[in-house]
Ligand binder design. Sequence first.
Ligand SMILES: NC(=O)c1ccc[n+]([C@@H]2O[C@H](COP(=O)([O-])OP(=O)(O)OC[C@H]3O[C@@H](n4cnc5c(N)ncnc54)[C@H](OP(=O)(O)O)[C@@H]3O)[C@@H](O)[C@H]2O)c1
Length: 487
Amino acid sequence: MTAWHALVNVARMRKGESILVHAGAGGVGMAAIQIAHHLGAEVIASAGSHTKRALLETLGVKHVIDSRRGDFAEAVMELTNRRGVDVVLNALAAEAIPMGLSCLSEFGRFIEIGKRDIYQNSRIPLWNLRRNASFHVVAMDAVFSGDESLTRDMLGEIAELVEKRALTPLPFRSFAACRVDAAFRLMASGKHIGKVVVSFPEAFVPRQGEPLPPAFAIQPDGCYLITGAFGGFGKVLAQWLVKSGAKHLVLSSRSGASTPEAQAFVKSLENAGTEVRVVRADAGSEKDINALLAEVSAGKQPLRGVFHLAMVIDDAPLAALNRDRLRSVITPKAYGAWLLHKGTAHLKLDCFVMFSSVSSIFGNPAQGNYGAANSFLDSLAHHRHALGLPALTMNWGVLGGAGYVARNERVAEFLAKQGTYELSPGEVVSLLESSLAAGNTQVVAIRVDWAKWEAILPQRAGQSVARAHPLFSRRTGGWGPDQRLAP
Ligand SMILES: NC(=O)c1ccc[n+]([C@@H]2O[C@H](COP(=O)([O-])OP(=O)(O)OC[C@H]3O[C@@H](n4cnc5c(N)ncnc54)[C@H](OP(=O)(O)O)[C@@H]3O)[C@@H](O)[C@H]2O)c1
């Protein structure tokens, strides 16, 4: 509403006009850019980091300038053939105000949305306003507490445009209310993009209207399918499902419950009151997956959730990755996920979870095949999301306690040397649970010593790739060895 009121009601921007938006990657900035584009205006936006400037370019901003450059006015005059801009949307303080005024064109409007200089009663040099220019103040607190029809009209206009998708919601980073300190630190560091949101655990229920649907919950009268169920994480997952109230499980892998240990595991789940069906199936075989899904649908309970964990690892340097080694790793994971997707697309599932790995985000030495397979899972999750189907891909780092890495001490040592440490089974299930409840499509979960981790990644132009990576631009905290973070 700040951006709308400033551009539409106050500046009365028209098609073909130009605007300078400071802090274009911030919440108000991004909203102003969208609104300006919607009105047919040309935007010059400033941002303080390379990542933010790159983002603004992707938003179609015609000219992006560096806000850390002291002489932004000169840059604006150059870009406009010394004409200046029709509107300046300003939240910068002190000398930035006269500088902004100096880049106004004739009939230009300077819209002040910052508070500091107003409350400090600062002076405005009037010379810059001599050619029919004007200075306006936007104070939304006063708008909201004043005549309510203005607020109501604006909300109506904006809601209509959002509904028509002429305006899209802003990106945001959400912090639990108990971490409000971290939210403020992020804002103070100026590293945020879009909005910073503080959220409360209780779902917001509008006073008039329907309550929100409940967060994800396991249904006792539904059936849950796990592939790769007898591996380390399959078992952790099955135990979590049972603990969360699942009464019907189908556990699948190629060899099924073939060992005494696996049989004892099945028994322990049954003893907890859950019906367990074990189905042998190769996740990479269409025939087997069809038979598996037929077996599932032969049960009385409808399938409510799919957890795809089946995997084979066969690490090799790129030059040694032949067709067979690619196929053996990609088939059960990627093709298996595709078969499960196709075979269940018509069902009303609550969740479709794929265990992926950080190998598809950052790459891992000798895991070209595994990285590609996981990358497919990530894309499939977004594809399903676009189709309106439930989907979650979890890009796990190292899982501790059970599973492939726990069985392979040398792999664990190698990963620790890289700075990647284990997540405990308890952390894994709580992260999974919260990601399902939040309705996320993709979640990366790693515990990492950033200093070590950064050192193993390549350097470019004297800077580590990790630091320049846009994924980390919104990470809070430093790069020191004490910055081991949960995800
Ligand atoms: N462990 C980690 O640190 C880690 C890290 C990141 C991501 N992940 C992901 O988490 C998942 C589980 O990992 P994990 O450590 O629990 O693995 P795991 O202990 O090695 O278990 C793998 C399971 O997959 C089954 N499997 C292998 N090929 C199959 C096929 N063609 N069809 C059906 N099932 C097949 C295996 O049983 P059969 O041999 O009997 O078929 C086994 O039950 C994997 O998707 C993995 O990519 C693990």
